[in-house]
Design a protein around this ligand. Structure first.
Ligand code: ZN
Length: 103
């Protein structure tokens, strides 16, 4: 007789999403911003090494929406996250997206 009974997984969920979950870019969001940005980098218009870049610091977000991310190539992403000029650029980009109320 097999009496092995695995402990069922707990049914409750975490009340608050983790920072990683809040910062995650869903497939839908990614598809939306790729279309919005015409599949090129929002700064230099390169079509290579594209990434979803957060416009806002992740820890400030409850959830990442299409207004919280843009498309940047690897180099511009690094520039945006690591220079004062880059952070200003991200802020302006985000302000523009929220002002337009569009995709
Ligand atoms: Zn670029």
């Amino acid at each position: 007789m097999n009496n092995f009974r695995p402990v069922p997984k707990p049914k409750h969920k975490r009340l608050k999403p983790t920072a990683r979950e809040r910062g995650a870019v869903s497939k839908e969001v990614y598809a939306t911003i790729m279309e919005r940005e015409h599949e090129c980098c929002g700064r230099c218009y390169s079509g290579h090494n594209l990434q979803a870049a957060h416009l806002e610091r992740r820890w400030k977000l409850q959830l990442t929406t299409y207004k919280d991310v843009c498309i940047l190539c690897h180099d511009c992403h690094y520039w945006a996250d690591n220079t004062a000029e880059g952070r200003e650029w991200l802020k302006a980009k985000r302000d523009a997206l929220y002002a337009k109320e569009c995709k």
